[in-house]
Design a protein around this ligand. Structure first.
Ligand code: ARG
Ligand code: ZN
Length: 846
């Protein structure tokens, strides 16, 4: 069934408190639930969601219901109106569930002998019968009986004795924020004193043996708590904050109230096992889940259509946290690279949907780059429009007005309207309309007057043919021909389909720097001469646009080369100046040396009306890299030597930036030095960043035999490092051998495919190898589809998510399209296909 936004109806009862008693057993866990309901409307029947539960009993106010007083279906338990008292009443149910049989990892399941839960979005209904919707908020009181040494749930600990624990959460919450963990765990602990002087106990719970990899996450948590106090005035609201690391987890992490559960990949870190990028990600995800305590938990969503209300805002908050604590401009560039790679790609294909969708079959399919990352961009645009102070005023009002409520995007926008006095009705289209606007720019200069003309067009997306113009904040700066700023950046507000903006009293034609800081998630199209781009790469004071100019040059060169035209020297020449610019941050220079991905080049070709040829793209990118290495051999060699970081490892942004630049230089030189630097680095590396970076280069050069087996031998017992071994060799290997290698790896005894991280490592490794995945004979597609079909009955959520590898299928030539289509059809015809994967294949094929 399709659920629709306009079919929302409030729940006809109020639910004040719920008591849950768990008797844990892997084969037969008993859950007793007592729920105190207050009727809001007379004579409505009461539906409680429930799936895959064995109902033992149901009673109202202590009286067991007879079999004809209720109905049990595959979606839940309905109590007929005639059996419902008109006064407040209590329902008590007893159900049984089987945690060890739960391979979908939704609800209560087991991971390495430990019990854990994942309830967002609709997993709580696999634990007990309940109104499993975010607008029903209740106070939870939980008891747990079980033989595990550590028994955890949300809120504050009431009592604890061997085999038993009692937890009480004073804050009303929806069921999706419920969590329970039980296992043989050890804590890495600390404390945090909040701004009002409350001392909070902090614990990171992990399996024995992992406790020495928790310190970074704990410190990141403390820094997040402080940042939210300083920047948003938000304080933590319980006496205890627990984080648990779990090996089997469908997503990254989950913000359950007072008991965050994390994929262990995003908690555990040591210099030997985690890369610089992992450290940064861990810090960002710790912050993200912590920030949800206010944006998500205290203020939650009315229904799942509003998911981006909490996710877009919380991603925006974690991005700002990282910008503030690391290198701001570098973080912004990283975020935009990610946005384009994932969200722009999604927006151009059959899965395009608005940040606030208006219908779905399976909500888990909407935890997307559009909801998360585009959702964050929209918050950033709002801030640009109302300004720094206006933004803080709006957020203060949001917390004041909506604390304790389940809200909508309308509520959110109203807060900005009320606090700023602006009308945001046109701006709202960013939430309701899918698709990335294309923004075309042209300019003229006459008698001291400079005019920028903008034209916006958004292509139709599935179900949305008409795309009225949006309200777009365009940050623009004007540079003099000798590289100075005419005037500080200003924000132009575009609201029409075509609009001119003029600048007067300019003695010379300026060079415009448009969309500074990437002020709106649009695709900018502009005919700029290579020398103007080179000028911007050298002189723009906006670091984002400086990088963007170089990216544009690279993109233009690659588009030409992928069509068999010779390389133009513009990019190599312009880049030479940047390579030599020692005043720029190493991390920034590293980003400038990073070439666009092959998937990104395919996208650009398609945007320009050219059918991408994966093999030609691969060859073009290799040729460009080789050319850069040859042209700048000496300078790159000097960088490689100068960027060696002496002394003990630190994950701080500066040394990490040096390592990134060093690896970027090695990556280019790898094409001409016979893999010699990579070999030396691999043998001498003392941290995972260098070790994995070097391994990837050896794989790319095809001289990896010894290195791969040495790495495997050293790390075979470490699940997180072995995930890297799987993904790296597939992503980096020559495309001709990618599918065979994926087949071999899928026979490796370490390919424990039911573990989501390992499954993803192999599949994402293959699909990241663009030309390998898109092999002309379709072997990549077939292998990939075989595994989706195999995983689907075990873990539909992960299978559905991984099917997005096919979302670009319409970009390619007719042969490849036919091959991909037939794999999608084969998947959709498989027996017993899950709702998750069937919704995905239907949308992909539409
Ligand atoms: N709310 C979590 C986060 O963004 C994501 C959980 C999504 N889980 C799911 N099964 N869809 O931090
Ligand atoms: Zn989130």
């Amino acid at each position: 069934v399709t659920k629709r936004l306009d079919e929302y109806r409030p729940f006809p009862f109020e639910l004040e408190t719920v008591h849950l008693d768990f008797r844990l057993d892997p084969k037969r866990t008993e859950v007793r639930a007592r729920m105190a309901f207050i009727p809001k409307q007379p004579a409505a029947s009461l539906h409680l969601d429930g799936e895959e539960l064995e109902l033992v009993s149901v009673a109202i106010d202590g009286r067991n219901l007879l079999r004809d007083e209720y109905r049990v279906s595959v979606t839940g338990l309905t109590i007929h109106a005639a059996s419902l008292p008109e006064q407040p009443f209590t329902i008590e149910t007893v159900v049984r569930i089987v945690p060890e049989a739960n391979t979908a990892l939704e609800g209560l399941y087991m991971s390495n002998g430990m019990y854990c839960t994942q309830c967002e979005a609709e997993g709580f209904r696999k634990i007990t019968y309940y109104p499993d919707r975010p607008d029903v908020m209740a106070k939870f009181h939980v008891t747990i009986a079980g033989d595990a040494p550590v028994l955890l749930s949300n809120g504050d600990l009431v009592t604890q004795k061997p085999g038993y624990a009692e937890w009480s959460d004073p804050w009303p919450k929806p069921a999706y924020l419920f969590a329970l963990v039980a296992g043989d765990l050890v804590a890495h602990s600390g404390t945090f004193t909040t701004m009002s002087g409350r001392e909070v106990a902090l614990n990171i719970w992990v399996r024995k043996g992992d406790e020495d990899r928790c310190d970074f996450a704990l410190e990141a948590l403390k820094r997040s708590m402080k940042w939210d106090e300083e920047v948003y005035g938000r304080e933590y609201d319980l006496d205890i904050f627990n984080i648990v690391a779990v090996d089997d987890f469908n997503m990254g992490a989950m913000e359950n109230k007072g008991l965050n559960i994390f994929n262990s990949k995003w908690v555990l870190a040591s210099p030997e096992t985690a890369t610089d990028a992992d450290y940064e990600r861990i810090e960002g995800i710790i912050a993200h889940e912590y920030f949800h305590n206010w944006t998500g938990n205290r203020i939650t969503c009315r229904d799942w259509f509003q998911l981006c209300l909490k996710e877009g805002l919380t991603v925006y908050r974690d991005q700002c946290f990282t910008r503030d604590t690391r290198l701001g401009p570098v973080k912004r560039i990283d975020d935009v690279i990610m946005l384009r790679a994932r969200q722009f790609r999604e927006d151009r294909g059959p899965l395009a949907h608005p940040p606030r969708p208006d219908h779905y079959k399976e909500i888990n399919n909407f935890y997307t780059a559009t909801v998360y990352e585009k959702g964050a961009e929209i918050v950033g645009m709002l801030r640009t429009l109302v300004g720094e102070e206006g933004y803080r005023a709006a957020l203060d009002l949001y917390f004041e007005r909506h604390d304790g409520q389940a809200c909508t995007i309308e509520d959110w926008l109203k807060v900005f309207e009320d606090s700023s006095g602006r009308n945001l009705s046109q701006f709202k289209r960013w939430y309701t309309d899918a698709g990335t606007p294309v923004l075309r720019v042209s300019d003229t200069y006459h008698d001291g007057v400079y005019t920028l003309r903008f034209e916006q067009v958004t292509q139709p997306t599935p179900g949305q043919a008409q795309k009225p113009p949006r309200h777009i904040p365009i940050t623009v700066g004007l540079l003099t021909p000798d590289g100075r700023e005419h005037a500080p950046s200003q924000v132009l507000e575009m609201t029409e389909a075509t609009q001119d903006f003029t600048f007067e009293n300019l003695p010379q034609k300026p060079v415009a720097s448009i969309l500074r800081g990437f002020s709106a998630p649009v695709s900018l199209e502009r005919n700029v001469a290579p020398d103007e781009l080179a000028f911007l790469l050298a002189h723009d004071t906006d670091p984002f646009n400086r990088w963007e100019a170089g990216r544009q040059l690279a993109q233009d060169a690659l588009v030409e080369m992928a069509q068999g035209k010779p390389a133009q020297p513009d990019y190599a020449v312009a880049l030479g100046k940047l390579i030599a610019d020692e005043s720029a941050e190493p991390a920034f220079r590293a980003l400038c040396l990073q070439l666009p991905s092959e998937d990104g080049i395919a996208q650009t070709l398609h945007d320009r009306g050219i059918t991408p040829d994966p093999d030609a793209i691969h060859a073009a990118r290799e040729a460009l890299a080789t050319g850069l290495a040859q042209t700048h051999q000496t300078a790159l060699g000097d960088i490689y030597d100068a960027m060696a970081v002496p002394g003990p490892y630190s994950p701080d942004p500066r040394p990490a930036g040096q390592r990134a630049l060093r690896l970027a230089a090695a990556g280019l030189l790898n094409r001409i030095d016979g893999g010699q630097r990579a070999q030396t680095l691999f043998e001498s590396a003392t941290n995972m960043t260098e070790s994995l970076g070097a391994l990837s280069l050896l794989v790319q050069a095809g001289i990896d035999d010894g290195a791969l087996s040495a790495f495997r031998e050293r790390w075979k017992a470490d699940r997180l490092v072995m995930d890297k071994w799987f993904i790296t060799q597939l992503a980096a290997c020559p495309p001709e051998i990618a599918v065979e290698r994926a087949e071999e790896l899928s026979d490796d005894p370490l390919f424990t495919w039911k573990t989501p991280n390992r499954f993803r490592a192999l599949m994402a490794g293959l699909s990241a190898n663009h030309a390998g995945f898109h092999r002309k004979d379709g072997a990549g597609y077939r292998f990939y589809a075989d595994w989706l079909i195999r995983l689907d009955p075990v873990n539909p959520q992960v299978a559905a998510r991984m099917s997005t590898a096919f979302e670009t299928w319409k970009r390619y030539d007719a042969e490849r399209q036919a091959l991909m289509r037939s794999e999608l059809e084969r998947i959709s015809a498989s027996d017993g296909l899950s709702r998750d994967l069937s919704e995905m294949t239907t949308r992909l094929l539409a």
